[in-house]
Structures are given as structure tokens and as C-alpha cells.
Design a protein around this ligand. Structure first.
Ligand SMILES: CCCCCCCCCCCCC/C=C/C(=O)SCCNC(=O)CCNC(=O)[C@H](O)C(C)(C)COP(=O)(O)OP(=O)(O)OC[C@H]1O[C@@H](n2cnc3c(N)ncnc32)[C@H](O)[C@@H]1OP(=O)(O)O
Length: 263
């Protein structure tokens, strides 16, 4: 008789309310990721990115950890099969980076290695004062293998990015804010309330315009300038016909705050 195993405890929980999707990672003890968590995260994020009723995604951890990186126990015994099962961590980041809406990384706790890399794929990084962030892979004889060596230089410049990855040290929240690795630092006891407020503010902005802006900025990285400017202009022409653009322009003329619907 085939033994029936209890279903794996879910490590990813999602809740949607008021156009905000909060995706919480919970895999004790450190929210380190393994193939199962990666698969759950991908299955959770893809539909949320596509759902036009979701106007902001918040990604957060639990307790002292945002995400402590790849599970070192898994990496220590990395089989050929597991290696390939870990690679979709890169796809998870692409879903976040290309989601046509604001994605907020709520760094409630330690964001290290692949966890820090995950946050780099988000649009906004808000960090709890007691949390740390860093790329310690060099101390394991590795280097960031899921986007860090590409996204960090784009954010901080090659010199500072290389130094951070070569040293592998953890940064405090204040240090991370000083160098522009995170956008805001919040006292621990105010963190959850601040994230809720920020998410509501982002969800009230013109979502379609933000989504198109993300796409145009990304395209501009690889296109020749003239083509990038054409894409930018085409994007604005697309937006000028949206309900949000009509509302935004009319609200200014009416001298009142706009009420965007995200479309
Ligand atoms: C690159 C090879 C893959 C090849 C395949 C390619 C696929 C490409 C995608 C795959 C991703 C590759 C790129 C990413 C790599 C990584 O992320 S490597 C891991 C980087 N992270 C770290 O080095 C952080 C390690 N953790 C710590 O340094 C400390 O935990 C801390 C954050 C400084 C906190 O310390 P402290 O408060 O003392 O808590 P601890 O006791 O250390 O931790 C509590 C328990 O959690 C366990 N734990 C922590 N981090 C991890 C982890 N990353 N993996 C597994 N387990 C972890 C720790 O062991 C403790 O457990 P217990 O002892 O059982 O309580």
C-alpha cells in the first residue's frame, strides 16, 4: 500500500485585501529556500502578477528572517536534480521584476544571499531597523548565483556592488539605507503598520501607468536610445487613452485629488 504522507506544510501564504496581495514566506527556522518553497512561491506569484484586481504585491518573511538565502543544507548535498529544481529562484525574481504593478519587499528580518537577491527584484525595499541585509555567499566559497551579480551593480554601481559581494558582510538597516540598497528604515514596532500604509498608497496609484513604466525602463536598458525613446513615447500614447489618465488630467483641472482605478 502506498504510504500517504501528510501534505507538505505550506511555506508561502498569500492574502488579498483592498487590491493589495501580501505574500508571506514562512519556512522555519530561517525562511531559507529549497525547491519546494521556490515552486510554491512561483505558483503564488504568477497569478497575482497577472491579476489586474491586485494593484500592489507585498513580499515579506516571518519572525527574525525575511529570507536567509538558499537552504545551505540543501546546497551542501546539491544533486543534479536539486540544482535544476533550485534554478526557478531566478524565475521567481523575473515574475516580480516584470509584474505590471508595484512590488514592495517588506524586509521584516534578515535578507541574505538569495534572500537579498530576491529583494533586488522588487521595486521598493522597506527594512525593519533590527534587520540585516547582505551577500555572504563568498564566505561559503560561492558568490551570489541568482541575479545579485547583475542587479546589485545596476543599483549601486559596479565598484560598491563588487565590494559588497567580495566582502560578503551583512549591513545594518541604516547602512543599507545610506548606500541606497533599501529605500526606508522603520522601527520594528512600527514596521507592520507602515507596510500596510505604504501598500495602500501604492495600490491607489495608477497601476497601468506604473506597469508600463517598469516595462519601458527595463526595455531602455537593452535598446538603442532612439528605439527606447520610441517605446517611451508609444507607452505614453497608450496611457493617454486610459481612464486613469483622463481622471488624473481632469482632477488637476478640477483642483481635486485624483481617484485612480488602476486601469
Ligand atoms: C549557488 C549554488 C546553487 C547552484 C544551482 C543554481 C541555482 C541558482 C539559484 C539558487 C540560489 C543560488 C544563490 C543563492 C545562494 C545563497 O543564498 S547561499 C546562503 C546565503 N545565506 C547565508 O549565508 C545566511 C546564513 N545564515 C546566517 O548567517 C545566520 O543565520 C544569520 C542570518 C546571521 C542569523 O544568525 P543567528 O541569529 O545566530 O541565527 P542562526 O542560529 O544562524 O540561524 C537560526 C537557524 O536557521 C538556520 N539557518 C540560517 N540561515 C540558513 C540558511 N541559509 N540555510 C539553512 N539554514 C539556515 C540555522 O542553521 C539555524 O538552524 P538551527 O541550528 O537548526 O536552529
Amino acid at each position: 500500500m502506498t504510504p500517504s504522507f501528510p501534505p507538505l506544510a505550506a511555506s508561502v501564504h498569500a492574502a488579498v485585501a483592498d487590491a493589495v496581495a501580501v505574500v508571506r514566506i514562512e519556512r522555519p527556522p530561517a525562511n531559507a529556500f529549497d525547491p519546494a518553497l521556490i515552486a510554491e512561491l512561483l505558483d503564488t506569484l504568477k497569478p497575482l502578477a497577472a491579476n489586474t484586481d491586485v494593484r500592489c504585491i507585498v513580499l515579506r518573511g516571518t519572525g527574525r528572517f525575511f529570507v536567509a538565502g538558499a537552504d545551505i543544507r540543501v546546497m551542501r548535498e546539491l544533486s543534479e536534480e536539486t540544482q535544476h529544481a533550485m534554478r526557478p529562484w531566478i524565475e521567481v525574481q523575473q515574475v516580480l521584476e516584470t509584474a505590471p504593478k508595484p512590488v514592495l519587499a517588506a524586509l521584516n528580518g534578515h535578507a541574505l544571499g538569495g534572500g537579498a537577491e530576491l529583494s533586488l527584484a522588487c521595486d521598493v525595499r522597506v527594512m525593519a531597523a533590527s534587520a540585516s541585509i547582505g551577500f555572504p555567499e563568498i564566505g561559503l566559497g560561492l558568490f551570489p548565483g541568482a541575479g545579485g551579480s547583475q542587479r546589485l551593480p545596476r543599483l549601486l554601481g559596479a565598484h560598491r556592488a563588487k565590494l559588497l559581494m567580495m566582502e560578503g558582510r551583512r549591513l545594518s538597516a541604516d547602512e543599507a539605507r545610506q548606500i541606497g540598497l533599501v529605500d526606508e528604515v522603520v522601527p520594528d514596532d512600527e514596521f507592520d503598520a507602515r507596510i500596510d500604509r505604504l501598500a495602500a498608497e501604492w495600490a491607489a496609484r495608477p497601476t497601468a501607468a506604473i506597469g508600463l513604466l517598469k516595462r519601458v525602463v527595463e526595455a531602455g536598458r537593452t535598446l538603442p536610445l532612439d528605439q527606447a525613446l520610441d517605446a517611451e513615447f508609444a507607452g505614453v500614447l497608450d496611457l493617454i487613452r486610459t481612464a486613469d489618465a483622463a481622471e488624473g488630467l481632469q482632477a488637476f483641472l478640477d483642483k481635486r485629488p485624483p481617484h485612480f482605478t488602476g486601469r
